[in-house]
Design a protein around this ligand. Structure first.
Ligand code: IPM
Ligand code: MN
Length: 345
């Protein structure tokens, strides 16, 4: 039996996690293994109950978990808190040592008309974004002057941090189309110059992988000009945050995009979107990002067949023209989408 800690979080988080758990439970029943779901407060709801986004009880549960399934955190209700829900998310990633964030962005045939890009441009998009997750400007020194009219954040990386994330990207490229594009701003930033040097050094150990380097501004442009040129994209924490949102939209909707944050103890599996407070509580969210994160979770535990089954069920559902509101004005609810996917397992 595997212990899955579920951190539903805020906004649409609980709605999408309910559907992900529904699909995971159906998959585990079909494939004959047992999952034990343990629910804990995290993010804004934890601030409300405990005064902190990542309370001790949650911390000790994830410390013992086999994997963490996460919904979303944050919302206007907590924007003025000294410690915002998002800081809990950074602490969670850091405390589990989850330095490698994998964000696949693959377009489904059924969603080619939902992409804002022309069909001939979005067709064939199949990118794996490998985002560094526990370093860079998210974790560097920051501060605000006493007067409040001056502030700074720091982008800092060590060679070791760059090498370990680059290694993940090279290994992933090996299991895919063997092409790696490393994104940086090496025409300006020292941290990017080091990034490029480290990636070039490691490339010698992967002569079978074709490596290119791209400035982040160009990468943002190339993604919408010709997304099919990319296989694996390697990014720092912040560049990966920004480019993965861009890549998600090419595939139709950010609502369908999963992620896996690995490298340490338990992996964290979460959709890449936010808590969408504007549609929370309406049963209107797209649960596919959470469901596919669940598939990535199963794969990380060695349940490959069940993971593949979930991915197939999602594709079948979309092929049957079943969409949530982010994808079509003629739509089903969040829970109906979960039912539809579970029924196709
Ligand atoms: C993401 C989110 C988070 C991030 C926020 C909520 C802190 O945007 O997972 O992409 O920036 O990493
Ligand atoms: Mn983001």
């Amino acid at each position: 039996m595997k212990n899955i800690v579920v951190l539903s979080g805020d906004g649409i988080g609980p709605e999408i996690c309910t559907e992900a758990v529904k699909v995971l439970s159906a998959a585990s029943k079909k494939h004959g293994f047992e999952l034990n779901f343990i629910y804990k407060d995290f993010g804004g709801c934890a601030i409300d109950h405990y005064g902190t986004p990542f309370p001790f009880d949650t911390r000790s549960a994830v410390g013992k978990a086999d994997a963490v399934l996460l919904g979303a955190v944050g919302g206007p209700a907590w924007d003025k808190c000294a410690k915002r829900p998002e800081s809990g998310l950074l602490e969670l990633r850091s405390s589990l040592g989850a330095y490698a964030n994998l964000r696949p962005a693959r377009i489904y045939k059924a969603l080619e008309d939902s992409s804002p890009l022309k069909r001939e441009i979005c067709q064939g998009t199949d990118i794996l974004m490998v985002r560094e997750l526990t370093g860079g400007i998210y974790f560097g020194k920051r501060g605000t002057s006493e007067s409040g009219d001056r502030a700074f954040d720091t982008e800092e990386y060590s060679g070791a941090e760059i090498e370990r994330i680059a290694r993940v990207a090279f290994e992933q490229a090996r299991s895919r189309r063997r092409r790696l594009c490393s994104v940086d701003k090496a025409n300006i930033l020292d941290s990017s110059k080091l990034w490029r040097r480290c990636v070039e050094a490691l490339a010698k150990q992967y002569p079978d992988v074709e490596v290119t380097h791209m400035y982040v501004d160009n990468a943002a442009m190339q993604l919408v000009r010709c997304p099919s040129q990319f296989d694996v994209i390697l990014c720092s924490n912040m560049f990966g945050d920004i480019l993965s949102d861009e890549a998600s939209m090419i595939c139709g909707s950010i609502g369908t995009m999963p992620s896996a944050s690995i490298g340490g103890k338990a992996g964290i599996f979460e959709p890449i979107h936010g808590s969408a407070p504007d549609i929370a509580g309406q049963n209107a969210a797209d649960p596919i990002g959470a469901v596919l994160s669940g598939a990535m979770l199963l794969r990380s535990l060695g349940y490959d067949a069940a993971a593949q089954d979930i991915e197939r069920a999602v594709e079948l559902t979309l092929n049957d023209g079943i969409f949530t509101r982010d994808l079509s004005p003629v739509c089903v609810t969040c829970s109906e989408m979960g039912d539809a996917i579970a029924a196709r397992l």
